[in-house]
Design a protein around this ligand. Structure first.
Ligand SMILES: CC(C)(COP(=O)(O)OP(=O)(O)OC[C@H]1O[C@@H](n2cnc3c(N)ncnc32)[C@H](O)[C@@H]1OP(=O)(O)O)[C@@H](O)C(=O)NCCC(=O)NCCS
Length: 151
């Protein structure tokens, strides 16, 4: 277990964040433009995990105040820092922020073959709500998962 600190992602973090996205998803990554838009969206909740001054992972949620619903758009942990609790703590940090916003539910999508992500979200209390056929550019199916927040 490493002990990162958690802070909001700043505009100047974009290059470091995007390098991690490429490291995690290669040619299935979101584009740099999509990241720019995400980080400048007022509804985004972007959180980074820092170890020794370097970003080792991040999560970005988008909160819709009208529906009190948050979509987790992306969560990535650098390969060297995986399986040490960073992803779990990033999600807990997001959820703590969402509790203060009186969020009702958190939704996300993940590939059906992404065992690490499926186990992570299962451990956090998410349930599969539907299968999304051909959801990803590669043709892979996805699962939509949801967690109801206690309010
Ligand atoms: C999914 C991901 C964010 C998990 O981050 P992480 O920091 O390694 O996760 P944690 O160490 O906090 O693990 C929490 C739980 O997730 C599950 N998990 C994590 N990695 C796993 C693996 N390789 N295999 C199986 N389960 C795994 C376990 O249930 C684990 O709990 P445990 O330690 O009690 O067994 C990370 O693997 C990653 O960045 N993957 C590439 C990007 C990605 O797929 N993002 C998700 C898109 S929806």
């Amino acid at each position: 277990m490493v002990v990162p600190s958690f802070n909001s992602i700043e505009p100047q973090d974009l290059d470091e964040i995007y390098a991690i996205e490429i490291e995690c998803f290669g040619n299935e990554s979101f584009s740099l433009l999509e990241y720019r838009r995400l980080l400048s969206n007022n509804s985004s909740i972007p959180i980074k995990a820092i170890v020794k001054n370097r970003i080792v992972g991040f999560v970005i949620g988008v909160y819709q105040m009208s529906s009190r619903s948050c979509t987790v758009v992306t969560i990535n942990v650098k390969p060297k820092f995986r399986k040490k609790g960073v992803g779990f703590e990033l999600m807990r940090s997001l959820e703590k922020g969402l509790e203060m916003l009186n969020c009702k539910e958190v939704v996300l999508q993940t590939r059906v073959n992404n065992t690490a992500a499926l186990n992570l979200f299962d451990k956090l209390g998410f349930s599969k709500t539907s299968r999304l056929v051909n959801y990803y550019p590669s043709g892979t199916d996805g699962f939509e998962m949801k967690k109801m927040m206690v309010s």
